[in-house]
Design a protein. Structure first.
Length: 577
């Protein structure tokens, strides 16, 4: 925690907050059981980086950016893990006589003096951010020593091992350490999914990071069944069942953060494959702007969600961020004055103030039956995880007609295809047009790493291919249409600057770090309703919408590439596969 007098001086001198504002924010922080600096950062009143940079200036210490930096585990372990957690201090560099440490409180003389006596080295103190400390602390458990694990195992585990023995082996320290390391390393890598895949001679572990799978480790075959049993026990699945798929869920707490893992187990040729989806519980919904909506398109969505009834549909393939978009919209709509109910499969995020329910097909609790039940619960807003069949579509449209706002998803490739898809479910066309407010199609693209971002100009063959894909539009047309200011707007495409990442230690040499959405937003108005009533094809609807100003997924992506947020290659990967 920053010393109060020092914090107040920084807030007054650098962030121009007066005494009254500081007093007001202090009271709000107390109510939320937060320190003043935590409250200011969470509420985006100040940024974490700028606050701690100013702290470094005022305490005459250097600022160090530890996020994404390579960590020497030998140096990190100079300070014992428990002490590092308790005192929020990291060792990151060492010379013969000096140890460089990163802290939040440079006035913690007691900790600095203790480390000097313990290590026999003088301490050079740097200031860093709480999130950088948190990220680096996770690296204490980010490696697996395979040789040690193998030597600790009492016996080889095979297919004939009975249930009692499997339970015992799953509770042995080596297996627990392997599974814990896999989970903790996934969190450290910001993975969205963990794949544990048995092969003939080993067990491969792959993480999906920013939408791309990469292999991170190979484990010996003899630990395969122990790992499977351990994860099944955590997920409350049958450990002696190896022939049918199973689904489960478990939670862990890591560095004061609650994490939920959605588990799928499927039998494959060499054993059982496990895929775990990693969900951060308590994660705050992103704003539409942070999701990647362009300002003009964002206004269309905001207007549609303010309507008291109708349907808001989000479409795209699995893993394209549809649920995140729906939760962000629910975050805007969520207030004590409305009753929001959701029917999901499964519940991915727990949100205070929203009544969430998970379907249970074995008990006969489906999307359709759950939706019917919630209509008797006096709802204002209903979210249906997915419209999969005619029955769910009929109930959802009935709800939208009777004064409810309905949010849901469908699996279609673009926004225009959604309308004929609903008609194909035997929903009368006039009802589709009457109840649908807006359709959002989306994909996720990787963002260029800000640390290694470099400008470049397109080659002749790239320009030719790009112009072909844009048809008769130009990049200038797109920028003007979306009211985006760009220094290159009057330049020829050959002279326009684009960007790509060269690859560095912060992005794992990929050139990308993080993801955001590209969107295609189709507003259903009277003219479009007439086309739906005429049972027009998806292509007819697409041509009509684009002629009336709709920006398609590819065009949306190209705008973001021109803005230097992503690359043309990434847009092509996401939209043309």
């Amino acid at each position: 925690m920053i010393v109060r007098t020092l914090l107040e001086n920084i807030l007054k001198n650098y962030f121009k907050l007066d005494d009254e504002k500081i007093k007001q924010y202090s009271q709000l922080a107390i109510e939320k059981k937060l320190s003043l600096e935590e409250y200011l950062i969470i509420e985006n009143i100040v940024t974490e980086d700028s606050l701690y940079k100013f702290l470094a200036q005022n305490s005459q210490n250097e600022y160090i950016e530890l996020k994404g930096a390579d960590t020497n585990l030998e140096i990190l372990n100079i300070i014992p893990e428990e002490f590092a957690h308790e005192h929020q201090v990291i060792a990151f560099q060492k010379t013969e006589n000096e140890l460089d440490i990163a802290m939040l409180d440079p006035n913690d003389i007691q900790t600095i003096e203790f480390l000097r006596r313990k290590t026999g080295l003088s301490q050079k103190v740097f200031i860093t951010t709480p999130s950088a400390i948190k990220e680096t602390l996770q690296k204490y458990h980010a490696t697996i020593e395979n040789d040690q694990v193998i030597t600790q195992l009492n016996k080889e585990i095979n297919d004939d091992t009975d249930t009692k023995d499997l339970k015992k082996i799953a509770e042995e320290l080596p297996i627990i350490n392997i599974v814990n390391s896999i989970l903790e390393h996934a969190v450290l890598e910001n993975a969205s999914d963990i794949h544990i895949e048995p092969t003939e001679k080993e067990v491969a572990v792959r993480y999906r990071v920013d939408g791309i799978l990469k292999q991170v480790m190979s484990l010996p075959k003899l630990v395969q069944n122990g790992i499977m049993a351990r994860i099944k026990i955590l997920s409350q699945l049958k450990i002696d069942e190896h022939m049918i798929p199973q689904d489960g869920r478990f939670k862990i707490k890591l560095n004061d953060e609650r994490l939920s893992f959605r588990v799928s187990v499927v039998p494959v040729y060499d054993g059982e494959k496990i895929v775990m989806r990693l969900l951060h519980e308590g994660q705050r919904a992103l704003s539409l702007e942070n999701l990647g909506f362009l300002p003009k398109i964002q206004k269309l969505v905001e207007y549609a969600i303010k309507k008291p009834h109708g349907m808001i549909l989000v479409t795209g393939p699995t893993g394209s961020g549809k649920t995140t978009t729906l939760y962000s919209i629910l975050g805007i709509l969520n207030s004590p004055t409305v009753n929001i109910c959701t029917i999901e499969d499964p519940i991915e995020y727990h949100v205070a103030g929203i009544n969430q329910s998970q379907i249970n097909p074995k008990a006969g609790f489906s999307f359709a039956s759950g939706l019917r039940a919630f209509l008797r619960q006096d709802p204002d807003i209903i979210m249906v995880g997915e419209i999969r069949d005619q029955e769910t579509a009929e109930v959802a449209i009935h709800a939208a007609m009777t004064g409810h706002l309905v949010l849901s998803t469908l699996h279609t490739n673009d926004a225009p295809t959604t309308l004929p898809r609903l008609v194909d479910m035997d929903i009368p066309p006039f009802l589709v047009g009457f109840t649908t407010n807006v359709i959002i199609a989306q994909r996720l693209v990787r963002k260029i790493c800000s640390n290694c971002k470099k400008p470049y100009t397109l080659l002749a063959e790239e320009i030719k291919e790009l112009e072909k894909m844009l048809h008769k539009k130009t990049i200038k047309d797109l920028l003007i249409d979306q009211e985006i200011k760009d220094a290159d707007i009057e330049k020829n495409i050959r002279e326009m600057t684009f960007y790509r990442g060269e690859g560095c230690h912060k992005c794992g040499t990929t050139g990308y770090k993080g993801r955001l959405g590209i969107y295609e937003v189709l507003v259903v108005d009277d003219d479009l309703t007439r086309l739906i009533n005429e049972r027009s094809t998806a292509q007819d609807i697409k041509e009509f919408a684009e002629s009336h100003g709709m920006i398609n997924l590819f065009e949306n992506g190209i705008i973001k590439a021109k803005e230097g947020i992503t690359t043309i290659e990434e847009v092509l990967r996401a939209t043309k596969e």
